[in-house]
Design a protein around this ligand. Sequence first.
Ligand SMILES: *[C@@H]1O[C@H](CO)[C@@H](O)[C@H](O)[C@H]1NC(C)=O
Length: 156
Amino acid sequence: MLFLALLAPLLQLAAAAPTLDVAEGSSNELLKRGDGSGIHLVNCDGFGGEGTIVPPSSHVVYCANDSNCNFSPSGDNICTMGVNFWFTWEGHAQACTFSTGAKFSWFIDSNAQSQANFAHVGDGGNQFRAYAGYKDDKHTMFFRGSGQCHSIYYFI
Ligand SMILES: *[C@@H]1O[C@H](CO)[C@@H](O)[C@H](O)[C@H]1NC(C)=O
């Protein structure tokens, strides 16, 4: 329902903007990509200390508002791809199903790490919309204990 609530103003905007070039798919693009959500492919550093060893891990993290995404995700918004190792994100089709039932599928180019930060290096989608994927700058999004979790790629 939140999704529909976010979509409603966009539908009105699209209807009120007859100059949008539908032939080029602009209005479709607006509807598909205009909900503000983002999905990050994240690698977390491992750490050890005081008897607690946390291994490195890799996760897919959903953000309802990608402009406000640097915090530890709730359980519904994180999908784990690897524990004890960093998952190889590049070069093969992948998917992860969140506990909500949302399934995100994506592809990252095999040479993505040799591209510039923020370059378009992949594509993805879930049951709700399509996303374009970009190389991220490895900024820290959140911590697991004293281990940092870095954004390697993002989809918006
Ligand atoms: C998304 O986050 C940004 C940055 O915090 C904020 O300015 C904006 O209002 C948020 N958008 C929504 C729809 O909550």
